[in-house]
Design a protein around this ligand. Sequence first.
Ligand SMILES: [Zn+2]
Length: 54
Amino acid sequence: MAKLKLPRKRKFGKGSLRCIRCGTHEAIIRKYNLNICRRCFREIALEIGFKKHN
Ligand SMILES: [Zn+2]
């Protein structure tokens, strides 16, 4: 039997996520399946009507 190296399946974790909007790796928000960074979240939050709690 030949030993085959199986590619490791990468789970979604830190570092593997990118902002779908600007592409940054920093401060990605995965809540609500957004996968966007904080900055973009703030921007689209206004668009989608997400209200900020003060
Ligand atoms: Zn972004």
